[in-house]
Ligand binder design. Structure first.
Ligand code: ZN
Length: 328
C-alpha cells in the first residue's frame, strides 16, 4: 500500500509484512515516511552535546545532555537510580476531557530526568560518559556497553583498552580504529576483523604484522599490499619510524594515496542473510538497517545490536524485541 507522508508529502510504501508487524503489536500504520520517523527519533536524542550542571536532588556537579534551562528537574545518575525520591509522587489522574499529549507534556516537565543515560549499578569509575552501561574506567565515550579502559569514542561494545575509536566490537589495545571487530593491537585502521599488530589497514581480515594494506585476508609481513619476508618487514618497519609523529604522518599519507588506487567495497556488510543497509553485520531478514549487528526480522533500525522483530528503532538494543518507534 502506498501512502503520502503527512509532514513532507513523500510517497512511501507499507508492505504486507509491515502491516503484519503493526497488527502484531497493535498499532495503526504510520502517517509519516521512514525519513520523517527517523528525524522524530533523532530529535529525542542528544548523545554527545553535554553540559555542566548541578543535580537537582543532591547539588553535585554532573555532565548532562540536558542544559540547566530545561524546565524539568535533572538528577545525577546515582541520585536518579536511588531510593531517595519517589517517582509515584508525580502520579496524577488522566483527564479524558483533555488531549493525552498535552497532559503527558505536563507530566514530563515535572518528573525528574536522569542526568546521563546510564544503567545504574553497572558503572565503575566512569562518570563522564553518556548512553552507556557496564563500563569500568572509561572516559568520554558514548553509546557504549561492556567496556573497560576505553577513552574518547562512541559506539564501543565489549572492548578493552581502546582510545579514539568508533564502531568497534570486541577489540583490545586499539587506537584510532573505526568499524573494527575482534582486533588486537591495531592502529589507524578501518573495516577490519581479527587483525593484530598492524597499522593503517583497510578492509582486511585475519592479517598480522601488516602496514598500509587494503583488501587482504590472512596475510603476514605485508607492507602496502607487497609480501615481504619477516626480515625484510622488520627492516622496513625500523626505517618507517612509526614511533614518531613524523613517521606516522608519512605512513598515513602514503596509505591514503595507495588506498585511492585500490578497489573499495561498495557497502560494509558482513555475514548477513537477506538484508539491505550498510555497516550491517551478522543479521538476517533485516532491511534498511544501518550501523547494526545481530538483527533478525528488523526494518528501519540504526545503531542497535541484538534486536529481533522490530521497526524504527534507533540506538541501543541489547536483547530487545518487538520495539517500534523507539530511541534510547
Ligand atoms: Zn516524510
Amino acid at each position: 500500500m502506498q501512502k503520502a507522508c503527512t509532514p513532507c508529502g513523500t510517497d512511501f510504501e507499507i508492505t504486507q509484512s509491515d502491516k503484519a508487524f503493526y497488527d502484531q503489536i497493535s498499532v495503526p500504520s504510520p502517517r509519516c515516511c521512514p525519513d520523517c520517523r527517523l528525524m522524530r527519533r533523532l530529535n529525542e536524542r542528544n548523545t554527545l552535546t553535554l553540559y555542566k550542571r548541578k543535580c537537582d536532588l543532591t547539588g553535585v556537579e554532573v555532565i548532562s545532555p540536558y542544559h540547566k534551562e530545561h524546565q524539568f528537574p535533572v538528577y545525577s545518575p546515582d541520585a536518579w537510580w536511588s531510593d531517595d525520591w519517589d517517582p509515584m509522587y508525580y502520579g496524577r489522574d488522566f483527564d479524558s476531557s483533555r488531549p493525552f499529549f498535552e497532559q503527558f507534556a505536563e507530566l514530563l516537565n515535572v518528573v525528574p530526568h536522569q542526568g546521563q543515560f546510564v544503567i545504574g549499578g553497572t558503572m565503575q569509575n566512569s562518570n563522564y560518559v553518556n548512553c552507556a552501561g557496564y563500563l569500568k574506567n572509561c572516559y568520554l565515550i558514548a553509546e557504549a556497553d561492556y567496556n573497560e579502559d576505553c577513552y574518547y569514542g562512541n559506539r564501543l561494545f565489549h572492548n578493552t583498552t581502546l582510545v579514539d575509536c568508533s564502531n568497534c566490537y570486541e577489540d583490545e589495545l586499539c587506537y584510532e580504529c573505526i568499524d573494527c571487530l575482534q582486533c588486537h593491537s591495531l592502529k589507524f585502521s578501518e573495516y577490519c576483523q581479527t587483525c593484530s599488530d598492524s597499522l593503517f589497514l583497510k578492509n582486511c581480515i585475519g592479517c598480522k604484522n601488516c602496514i598500509g594494506c587494503i583488501n587482504q585476508r590472512q596475510k603476514q609481513f605485508m607492507i602496502f599490499n607487497k609480501q615481504l619476508t619477516k626480515n625484510e618487514y622488520n627492516k622496513r618497519l625500523d626505517e618507517m619510524n612509526l614511533n614518531t609523529n613524523e613517521g606516522i604522518e608519512k605512513a598515513r599519507k602514503k596509505a591514503d594515496e595507495f588506498f585511492l588506487t585500490q578497489p573499495q567495497k561498495p557497502l560494509q556488510n558482513e555475514h548477513n542473510q537477506n538484508c539491505t543497509g550498510n555497516h550491517l553485520y551478522d543479521s538476517k531478514n533485516s532491511f534498511m538497517c544501518f550501523d547494526c549487528k545481530d538483527l533478525e526480522d528488523c526494518k528501519y533500525c540504526a545503531r542497535v545490536f541484538s534486536v529481533k522483530t522490530s521497526m524504527d528503532y534507533t540506538a541501543w538494543g541489547d536483547k530487545s524485541e518487538l520495539m517500534y518507534q523507539c530511541a534510547c
